[in-house]
Design a binder for this molecule. Structure first.
Ligand SMILES: C[S@@+](CC[C@H](N)C(=O)[O-])C[C@H]1O[C@@H](n2cnc3c(N)ncnc32)[C@H](O)[C@@H]1O
Length: 351
C-alpha cells in the first residue's frame, strides 16, 4: 500500500498510481476509486481464478459493498463479537499513552477504515496534520469521512476509495511530515502470515524511515470464545458471509443463489486461525463471466481466514518486514492487542 503523487492534504491534485495499468487521477475532494475502475472482466477473472483453484476461494474484499459494510457494522455490535468493543476499550483507555508513544502531528493513513469509528478515539490525542482513510467500499467510506469531518473540522480529512492490495503510492514530498499507518480491527489477520509480511513490507515502504504503524491484532484464546464470535445466534455473520455472493452477482452478472450456500466458521487450532467457508447445500452450477462452475453437495468455498497471534508471534512477523516493536497495549482479559511499531529504533515521529 502506497500513494503516489502529491498528498491530498496539500490541497492540490492527487494522482493515485494504483497499479501499473490502472492509474486514477482525482481531485482533492473526490478521489477516484480503483475498485470502480476495475473492469467487470478483471473481477470475473479474479473470481474464476479463485474458483478454479484446487481449494476454492473468494477474496474477502468481496464482502464489502455498501450492504456488506453495514452488516459488518452490525457484527461489531453483537454480544458474541468481542474484538471491536475490546479494541475500543483499549483505545479509549490508552489514547494519551498511545499519543505519547507515537508522537503527534503525523499524516495518519488508515487502510480499510470502514466507518472510521475507531480513529475518532485517537484524533484529539494524535492531532494529525491530515487523516487519510482508505477503503474499497466507496459510498460507505465517503459518508463516514464526511460525518467525521463535521465532527473534527480542524483536521483535514481526505478519503481515498481504493483497493489497498493494489499499489497506492504515497508522495515523497510530504514536507517531511512523518506518516503513521493506523490499521485496527485485526484486519491483518485476514492475510496468511506470508501475505501479512508482504503487506507489512508495503506499510514499511509507505511510512519511510521515520514513520510508524499502530495496529490492532487479535490474540490467541479459548477456542470456544472464537467459535462463538464467528457463529452469532442472530445469523448476522452468516448473512455477511453470503453477501459476497450477492456482491459478485452485482459486479459480474454471475448467478449465485446465496441462500443455497451455508455459512461455516470454525477455529483451526493448529493453524491459529478462524476459517469461514460457504458450503453448497446441494449439487448446483453457477455461471461467472461466461464460465460455468459445478458445485457438489457440501463442497466449500473458503471466504476468509482470521489469524490469531500472540504479542510475541506478531512482533516476530513484523520484524520480518523491517518493523520494530515499540509498545503494546492489551485489555485486562488479554483478548486483543494494540501494537506500535516503527521503521527505525530512533525517536518516534513528531514531538
Ligand atoms: C474487518 S473491516 C475493519 C473495519 C475497521 N478498520 C475496523 O477496525 O472496524 C475491513 C475493512 O476493510 C475494507 N477492505 C477490505 N478489503 C479491502 C481492500 N482490498 N482494499 C481496501 N479496503 C478493503 C472493508 O471495506 C472494511 O471496511
Amino acid at each position: 500500500m502506497a500513494i503516489h503523487g502529491r498528498t491530498p492534504c496539500q490541497g492540490e491534485r492527487a494522482i493515485l498510481n494504483l497499479t501499473d495499468s490502472d492509474t486514477a487521477q482525482a481531485s482533492t475532494s473526490t478521489l477516484a476509486s480503483s475498485a470502480e475502475q476495475a473492469s467487470d472482466d478483471a473481477i470475473s477473472a479474479e473470481i474464476q481464478s479463485g474458483l478454479n483453484a484446487e481449494a476454492r476461494h473468494i477474496n474477502p474484499k468481496y464482502f464489502y459493498d455498501e450492504y456488506g459494510s453495514q452488516l459488518f457494522d452490525q457484527i461489531t455490535q453483537l454480544d458474541e463479537y468481542y474484538p471491536t468493543r475490546t479494541e475500543i476499550t483499549i483505545l479509549t483507555r490508552f489514547a494519551e499513552d498511545i499519543a505519547r508513544a507515537t508522537g503527534r502531528g503525523s499524516v495518519l493513513l488508515e487502510p480499510g477504515a470502514g466507518s472510521c469509528a475507531k480513529v475518532r478515539l485517537l484524533l484529539e490525542a494524535l492531532a494529525p496534520a491530515c487523516y487519510i482513510p482508505i477503503d474499497i467500499s466507496r459510498e460507505f467510506l465517503f459518508a463516514a469521512a464526511q460525518q467525521l469531518q463535521s465532527e473534527f473540522p480542524h483536521i483535514p480529512i481526505r478519503p481515498v476509495a481504493a483497493d489497498m492490495q493494489a499499489d497506492i503510492q504515497l508522495p515523497d514530498n510530504l514536507d517531511g511530515i512523518p506518516r503513521m499507518v493506523f490499521y485496527p480491527g485485526s484486519t491483518i489477520g485476514n492475510y496468511t502470515p506470508a501475505e501479512a509480511v508482504e503487506f507489512l513490507r508495503h506499510v514499511r515502504r509507505t511510512i519511510g524511515d521515520n514513520g510508524g504503524l499502530l495496529i490492532g491484532v487479535d490474540l490467541q484464546k479459548d477456542p470456544a470464545i472464537l467459535n462463538l464470535a464467528y457463529n452469532d445466534a442472530a445469523g448476522v455473520t452468516a448473512a455477511f458471509n453470503r453477501n459476497c455472493l450477492s456482491n459478485i452477482n452485482t459486479l459480474t452478472g454471475a448467478n449465485f443463489d446465496p441462500e443455497r450456500f451455508r455459512h461455516i466458521a470454525f477455529y483451526n487450532e493448529s493453524e491459529h486461525r478462524i476459517e469461514m467457508h460457504l458450503e453448497s447445500d446441494s449439487r448446483q452450477s453457477v455461471v461467472i463471466g461466461g464460465q460455468s462452475f459445478d458445485f457438489k453437495k457440501n463442497e466449500r468455498i473458503l471466504t476468509e481466514y482470521s489469524y490469531k497471534y500472540t504479542v510475541e508471534s506478531f512482533a516476530q512477523l513484523a520484524a520480518e518486514a523491517g518493523l520494530h516493536a515499540r509498545e503494546h497495549w492489551v485489555d485486562e482479559d488479554q483478548l486483543f492487542s494494540l501494537q506500535y511499531f516503527t521503521a527505525s529504533l530512533g525517536q518516534p515521529l513528531v514531538e
